[in-house]
Design a protein around this ligand. Structure first.
Ligand code: FAD
Length: 496
């Protein structure tokens, strides 16, 4: 690792090699650097050697080669919307942040092949818009889509609200280009649906959180735009009823079912309190009086190549049947695009409402959908026994068995104190239960810094060993995003 006294010489070499590179150096004021040195939740704050903004792959290669030569650790950064502290430097002042946001060109749209090729710094929204302009859709959808980038989406194998129908980023990626830890260009920007020529390097890079290479461009799948798209807000008497409703919806809508989200009453109330404008969408099914609010709200999304009235008929019939069978209490359908957007805004606003409310012990767990009710009931009982009065904010992608399950201390106890004293025990309760139910401790946000120790403690030892071998082989110097996801050989030996 570079010695602090070598930093001026490294910086001089950087300027000599790339004189036009946009750089935020150590001499720049804190407020200019903060968006790149602090994470979205304001939980991790580091200090970078510098933040650099390359504009093409050749510059990324030159940067990585220099970093290898000078032994400078590299943190790849896109929109810096990571929820696990994956995209900010540590406090050493020795890590170089390579931010890809200036690499934001749409390179090609191939409507006949239903694919789009983009630079890694394009925001997700930019790619969605480019697809729409070609009469197609790019279906990945996250609340952070205005800021997060395709490189970050690939590095975290992002999920979001349409996974049920279209899959995660892994399924949406046909090919990618990346810069290796040695500064070589991996030219895998292909747009084929089938390619059986050995190890899937792209799949190794997807979900690797910047620890195996820096993604510089990608070719992504596009899909036909549904002729009609409708959402419904449906109240349910229990989570078990919501699971039964999901099963009915799958049966009747088949591939037309594009999203199935659940929101617990307390998560809804938080949104109503902190982001009231967005929660109006639910006014017709959620009473103003908090005591009368049903325990679960479902947001169902459906698309169809048929006309809007046919889709509406299918949804009405599904809801009527669900109410008759006791799986639903009440529902409202979106009757315009504005209402459709408003319903989704209600769901998407919950992370922001949580942020306003304060710090929580965050989880992004996944279990088989059939086990979700057991997970929620048992974790609630165990948490209340350990921390009477603690508050749980639960919502997420029921269709994928993926819940955002966030725990805050009892009213009156400062968040920082609860987090400091009890985070480990809360995690133990939640993750032990997840393990019993054959689940995962991260269904979509990834590992980053936040869950690295949990992963090391809980992952299958052979899997962990294979991951370390891969890291060691592709990044033997341990320079790519050290301290995240999994330790390379160097970090493992220095901690022994
Ligand atoms: C309000 C909100 C809602 C969210 N909802 C969801 C959701 O529904 N589903 C979901 O999956 N996530 C969600 N996220 C998390 C986050 O938006 C995703 O993880 C996103 O994919 C990160 O993209 P980014 O460009 O911001 O990456 P960053 O945060 O900048 O980086 C994330 C990780 O990827 C690495 N990385 C970034 N760019 C590259 C690159 N070009 N090459 C290699 N490595 C790279 C970083 O080193 C880091 O480890 C949400 C976040 C917020 C703030």
């Amino acid at each position: 690792m570079i010695h602090p006294e070598d930093i001026p010489a490294f910086t001089a070499a950087l300027h000599a090699a790339l004189p036009d590179l946009l750089t935020l150096g150590a001499d720049r004021p804190d407020h200019a650097r903060e968006p790149h040195e602090q994470d979205w939740r304001k939980r991790y704050r580091g200090r970078a050697l510098a933040i650099v903004f390359p504009t093409d792959t050749t510059q990324v290669q030159a940067l990585v080669k220099l970093c290898e030569l000078w032994q400078v650790p590299v943190v790849a950064q896109g929109g810096n919307t990571s929820l696990v502290g994956g995209s900010v430097p540590d406090a050493s002042g020795l890590q170089l942040v390579i931010n890809l946001c200036k690499m934001n060109q749409i390179l090609a749209v191939d409507a006949d092949n239903q694919s789009i090729t983009v630079q890694a710094g394009c925001t997700l929204q930019q790619v969605q818009d480019a697809a729409l302009n070609a009469g197609l859709i790019f279906p990945l959808s996250l609340a952070s889509e205005g800021s997060c980038t395709i490189g970050g989406n690939l590095a975290t194998n992002a999920g979001g609200t349409q996974v049920l129908r279209y899959g995660t980023m892994r399924e949406l990626c046909l090919g990618l280009e990346a810069v290796t830890a040695q500064g070589e260009r991996y030219a895998g920007l292909q747009s084929l649906r089938k390619d059986n020529t050995g190890y899937a390097i792209k799949d190794l890079l997807i979900g690797s959180e910047g620890t195996l290479g820096i993604v510089t461009a990608a070719t992504l799948r596009l899909y036909p735009r549904p002729a009609s798209q409708q959402a419904a807000l449906i109240t349910c008497p229990s989570l078990q009823a919501a699971v039964a409703l999901l099963r009915m919806a799958r049966q009747s809508l088949d591939a037309g079912l594009t999203g199935f989200e659940v929101i617990h009453r307390d998560a809804f109330l938080l949104a109503r309190q902190h982001t009231p404008l967005q929660s109006h969408a639910a006014d017709s099914v959620m009473p103003q009086d908090a005591e009368s609010i049903p325990p679960w709200l479902v947001l169902l999304d459906a698309g169809s190549p048929q006309a809007a009235d046919e889709l509406q008929e299918s949804l009405e019939s599904l809801i009527n049947q669900a109410v008759t069978q006791g799986h639903a209490l009440d529902a409202c359908l979106s009757m315009s695009h504005a209402q459709y957007r408003a319903m989704w805004q209600l769901r998407e606003t919950i992370p922001m409402a949580e942020k306003i409310e304060g710090m929580m012990v965050k989880h992004d767990i996944g279990v088989p959908t059939s086990a979700v009710p057991a997970f929620v009931a048992q974790s609630q009982t165990a948490l209340q026994a350990a921390f009477p009065g603690c508050r749980v904010i639960c919502f997420g992608h029921l269709g994928d068995g993926n819940l955002h399950y966030n725990v805050q201390g009892p009213l009156g106890q400062p968040d920082s104190e609860f987090l400091q004293r009890h985070e480990h025990q809360v995690n133990t309760i939640v993750y032990d239960l997840v393990a019993q139910l054959n689940g995962t401790l991260s269904a979509e946000h990834g590992i980053g810094q936040l869950k690295k120790d949990e992963l090391a403690e809980r992952a299958d030892p052979v899997r962990l060993q294979l991951m370390r071998l891969i890291k060691q082989t592709l990044d033997p110097e341990g320079l790519l995003n050290p301290g995240r996801l999994v330790d390379g050989a160097r970090e493992t030996s220095s901690s022994n």
